[in-house]
Design a protein around this ligand. Structure first.
Ligand code: ZN
Ligand code: ZN
Length: 238
């Protein structure tokens, strides 16, 4: 008897929304959208879907890496258009449900002198799936999981897809003018946790990082940076 093998077709798309990225992961006919850009970005996202012949209802999950305004700006509209479930870390889900967002704490001394830390008020929205630490997306039909990668904000999460691709929000950033070759974020409320989160991603066996600002790059660049700076992350697990 011949065995039927189902080959799954996966494609990953970067949707550029000004200076921030949103990502669409498509596996057969099911999609995940990672982040939604600034307010009013939904039009660009819908345009992207139309151009790629993707039905809005094929988006099953909207995963929000963290609740800064450039990531949650269009959640409400995209949720209405797609009917997808919104997933966030529970710390930040509790904030947005009250119309609040986490503070953006600058790590760069020069920027600190120019800008005060910002906190934005938003129109509240409800979050369907609130995660704390590791969370599998198997029941939603994806070989993927969420891990908690704090440091940029307390409720920052990363989506690891097929153990290889990690959508990491702002836990890494590359602004050559301000931080040279470093991937250390220029905004971080817990600086000391950033390298722990990088180590977590490395230990997961991730190969490719999909940051919210800038281009996709291999994780070995983070390993190199930690080696160069002689960063040793002690056992941070409980
Ligand atoms: Zn951010
Ligand atoms: Zn951002």
């Amino acid at each position: 008897m011949q065995e039927l093998s189902l080959v799954s077709m996966v494609s990953i798309h970067r949707i550029k929304l000004g200076y921030v990225n949103s990502f669409l992961i498509k596996e057969n006919n099911n999609c995940i959208l990672v982040d939604t850009g600034m307010p009013k970005s939904h039009k660009k996202i819908v345009h992207f879907l139309q151009k790629n012949s993707i039905q809005p209802e094929n988006i099953k999950l909207i995963i929000i890496t963290h609740a800064h305004i450039d990531h949650i700006g269009s959640v409400k509209e995209i949720k209405e258009i797609t009917g997808a479930k919104v997933l966030m870390h529970k710390i930040e889900a509790e904030l947005v449900e009250k119309g609040d967002t986490p503070e953006a704490v600058l790590t760069n001394k020069l920027l600190k002198k120019i800008f005060s830390s910002t906190k934005r008020e938003i129109a509240p929205f409800s979050v369907d799936i609130k995660v704390s630490d590791e969370f599998s997306l198997k029941e939603y039909g994806f070989d993927a999981k969420i891990i908690h990668t704090l440091g940029h904000t307390d409720g920052s999460i990363s989506l690891i897809f097929k153990q290889k691709h990690a959508f990491v929000g702002d836990i890494v950033m590359k602004f050559p003018l301000l931080s040279g070759r470093s991937y250390f974020p220029i905004v971080a409320n817990k600086k000391e946790k950033i390298y722990e989160s990088w180590k977590k991603l490395i230990d997961e066996g991730v190969k490719w990082l999909y940051p919210s600002h800038g281009k996709i790059f291999p994780i070995r660049l983070l390993e190199k940076e930690m080696e160069k700076k002689k960063i040793v992350v002690k056992d941070f697990r409980d």
